[in-house]
Design a protein. Structure first.
Length: 113
């Protein structure tokens, strides 16, 4: 058992490797870089999901999926650092990461950035 499953977090590397081997073997090379990481961040998981399944054309599905995303502290701080580094306002960073402007504002208040 690896460290991530011990923390109660699914082993995304194993899950996505199994999905690629079973249904999308032609995308193995494209996802290799992410799957070779020791641990996957939330942003890595979202990127991997896009590479495997692509973007949904159905707006209902897209909205539903966005509502059920969750971000850990490390990922939130990465997004806020990205905003500072690129001098983006809340609207720009929200569009870049496909999250709500209100979410970005709330994160900034919580983490006092």
């Amino acid at each position: 058992m690896n460290k991530e499953t011990e923390k109660g977090r699914p082993d995304y590397i194993r899950i996505y490797t199994d999905i690629i081997n079973a249904k999308f073997p032609h995308k193995k090379e494209e996802c290799k870089v992410l799957l070779n990481k020791k641990t996957l961040s939330t942003l890595d998981i979202i990127e991997l999901n896009k590479k495997i399944f692509g973007e949904s054309d159905d707006e209902q599905t897209t909205i539903y999926n966005r509502k059920h995303r969750s971000y850990d502290k490390k990922t939130i701080l990465h997004i806020l650092d990205y905003q500072k580094k690129h001098r983006y306002n809340n609207q720009q960073v929200a569009k870049q990461f496909k999250i709500s402007r209100n979410t970005v504002t709330r994160w900034k208040k919580i983490f006092q950035v």
